[in-house]
Design a protein around this ligand. Structure first.
Ligand code: FAD
Length: 117
């Protein structure tokens, strides 16, 4: 089957959106379990990402720049950085990671504090 660049780009945009929004909602001071959950999620995301070439490139990036999951700022900053590394490879513009703060809105409003099971 032919490669479909439009579908690939659409998948990329949707995936990055979820990825960064997840970081923006990650606790500022996570428990060890929450940090491990995010780290595991990122590794599995890289392994299972549907575009195989993208996935293998991204896995190499994770080896070079291991996921930072000690808290929201670290995680959001790390995610912005690795997305910029992908942007570089694809010859796209660099995103200013200082502007990441309010950029990704989950639309879920205030849900009454941190969620705990
Ligand atoms: P995208 O890169 O999709 O970004 C979407 C929006 O996010 C931008 O418009 C901007 O508002 C914002 N943004 C941009 N940079 C950042 C940043 N650093 N931090 C936060 N927000 C930012 N495509 C390929 O062709 N080959 C690949 O190998 C490849 N690998 C990929 C690996 C992964 C893990 C993912 C998720 C996607 C990959 N893609 C790949 C898709 C590619 O990254 C783009 O998503 C796609 O080309 C669409 O690009 P875009 O210009 O619309 O912006």
């Amino acid at each position: 089957k032919l490669e479909n660049a439009t579908a690939k780009a659409e998948l990329g945009r949707a995936s990055w959106r979820l990825f960064h929004t997840m970081m923006a909602r990650f606790p500022e001071t996570p428990t060890a379990d929450e940090s491990l959950a995010l780290k595991t999620y990122i590794q599995l995301f890289a392994r299972l990402y549907p575009c195989g070439d993208c996935a293998s490139h991204f896995q190499k990036l994770l080896k070079k720049y291991p996921p930072q999951t000690s808290g929201r700022n670290a995680a959001a900053g790390w995610a912005c950085f690795v997305h910029n590394e992908v942007n570089k490879r694809l010859k796209k513009e660099q995103f200013d990671c200082n502007n990441i703060g309010d950029f990704y809105d989950c639309g879920c409003g205030e849900e009454g504090g941190a969620k705990k099971e």
